[in-house]
Each structure stands twice: as structure tokens, then as C-alpha cells.
Design a protein around this ligand. Structure first.
Ligand code: FPP
Length: 272
């Protein structure tokens, strides 16, 4: 199936909401922890598959700022799994030339998880292949608020607060994904039709792919299906399609009969 992909249309950045670990475990009569552990195996597979495919950046939603509401034992287990993953997969990350980074308020992580994360970021910092961005203790709203505050602080420090006018570029540069291409494809597993406070700014034009497959079952074949689906999408970025849409627009523009007055009448009729 890999051969069926168009190599010229590989998404530059894939972002994934890895959902369904708990349900996967529940369906098997296992504790939730078993679902998260199986989820780590999928993280491995998908990181390697994306890197092999030539994806430039992969963002994985590993822990949301809201996930602290879960039982303490589950949260602790997630930190343990994160540390385990970072330690056990460093060699693979190096072999695949993957550079690890993170988004989110990671300073709030338990010290050992935080240290392991920073140490893996340092160890992989010279790698030039795919960027693996782990969203941990992440909230898109927090990220945007932090970006706005840093703009205001900088302007204040330079005594230019009264003249401050914020633009999109200023915000983008202060997001934790600065330097990464914007996500082309957002995948959510386990069928939920929600964005859940994930990369709200960055996914403005991402293609969304939701699959009923639970994260621990999301294997390389599932990934290829998602990318195949992405490759069939027509991306217009708010413009018109290159085919019929553009022809229709050209015909409309060249039509001299469409006088302003007639157009106004048509609009009036259509909204009555
Ligand atoms: C959602 O499933 C999953 C999470 C909140 C955690 C995701 C974590 C991992 C896949 C493992 C650790 C990650 C890394 C990067 C090593 P859920 O528990 O909400 O599932 P449910 O909705 O079925 O209960």
C-alpha cells in the first residue's frame, strides 16, 4: 500500500490526537494502564513510519493540560510510561535521525519526567530528520495566552506598549511550534469529533481525519489509509478549486450582463 502513496503529496506535518487507550483496555477486560502501554508501542511504530515516509514533523498529543483531572494513579503511570519511552527509544530516534521537542507547560511535569524529556531533547538536538513534537501538559489556549503575554511583555520592555499592534506573524513566531510547518493533516483516533484544545491556531487549514480505530490498534496500515485519504482531498485554503471553481469565477467576472443593479435584485429576492 505504501507504493500507492503519491510521494509529492506527503503531509509536511501530521498531528495526532491519540485517543481510545482506555476503551481498548476495557474491551479486553484489562486495566486502563494496559491500554496506555499498548499505546506506547503504537507511538514507536507511527514515529518510525512517519519518518520513513518523509514527514517533516509529527506532533503527538501525549498529555493535555486537562488530563491532570484523571486519577492520580493513572497520571503517575503516564509519566512513568513517558520516561520509559524516552529512555528505551533514544537509540531508535538517533538511528532515524529524529529530533525530539515538546510543546506545553512541561516545567510542571514531575522532576524525573521533566529531566528525561530535556535530556532526550538535548541528545537529539543535532538530528536533522523528522521533528517529533510531544505535546505534554499542553493546552492550545494556554499556548496562545503565553504568546500574547510575551508580545505585550516585549513591547513593554522596549517602551513601545502604547504603539503595539499585534499581527499573525508575531503570534506564530511565539508558539511552541514555531519553525515547524503548519499541520497538513490532523488525525484523531477512536471516533470522537472533537479538537480538544489541540493546536487551535496551527490547524486552521489542516485536513481532519477521524477514524473509529482505537489508538492501540492504529498501526502503519491505518496511517497509510489516513495519508491516502489526505492525498485525495482538494485543499483550497479559502480560495477556489483549480478546476470548475476557477472556470466558474472567470466566467462570472467576464460576464458584462451581471450589472450591479441586477445582482442586488437577485440578492434581495434570495433572502426574502
Ligand atoms: C487517550 O486515551 C490517551 C491519553 C490521554 C494518553 C496518550 C498516551 C500514550 C499513548 C502513551 C504515552 C505517550 C508517549 C508519547 C510515550 P484515553 O485514556 O482517553 O482513552 P479513552 O477515551 O478510551 O478512555
Amino acid at each position: 500500500m505504501a507504493l500507492a502513496l503519491d510521494p509529492t503529496k506527503i503531509p509536511a506535518h501530521i498531528a495526532i490526537i491519540m485517543d481510545g487507550n482506555g476503551r481498548w483496555a476495557n474491551q479486553r477486560g484489562l486495566p486502563r494502564f494496559a491500554g496506555h502501554r499498548a499505546g506506547v508501542q503504537r507511538v514507536r511504530n507511527i514515529v518510525e513510519a512517519c519518518s520513513d515516509m518523509g514527514v517533516q514533523a509529527l506532533t503527538l498529543y501525549a498529555f493535555s493540560a486537562e488530563n491532570w483531572k484523571r486519577p492520580r494513579a493513572e497520571v503517575d503511570m503516564l509519566w512513568r510510561l513517558l520516561r520509559f519511552y524516552l529512555r528505551s527509544d533514544l537509540a531508535d530516534l538517533m538511528r532515524n535521525d529524529v529530533r525530539l521537542q515538546s510543546s506545553g507547560r512541561v516545567e510542571a511535569l514531575p522532576p524525573r519526567a521533566y529531566e528525561e524529556l530535556r535530556s532526550t531533547e538535548r541528545a537529539t538536538s543535532r538530528n536533522r530528520g523528522m521533528r517529533l513534537n510531544l505535546a505534554i501538559n499542553y493546552s492550545a489556549r494556554n499556548e496562545l495566552v503565553d504568546a500574547m503575554n510575551s508580545i505585550v511583555d516585549e513591547a513593554r520592555l522596549r517602551g513601545k506598549l502604547d504603539k503595539l499592534v499585534v499581527d499573525e506573524e508575531m503570534v506564530s513566531r511565539r508558539l511552541q511550534t514555531a519553525g515547524l510547518p503548519e499541520p497538513d493533516l490532523l488525525i484523531r483516533t477512536s471516533g470522537e469529533m472533537r479538537v480538544s484544545n489541540f493546536l487551535l491556531w496551527q490547524i486552521a487549514y489542516a485536513e481532519i481525519y477521524v477514524t473509529d480505530t482505537l489508538w492501540p490498534d492504529f498501526d502503519t496500515t491505518q496511517l497509510l489509509l489516513a495519508v491516502q485519504d489526505f492525498q485525495k482531498r482538494e485543499r483550497r485554503f479559502g480560495g477556489l478549486s483549480s478546476g470548475s471553481g476557477l472556470q466558474a469565477a472567470a466566467a462570472y467576472e467576464s460576464s458584462e450582463e451581471v450589472a450591479d443593479e441586477q445582482l442586488e435584485q437577485e440578492i434581495e429576492l434570495s433572502i426574502r
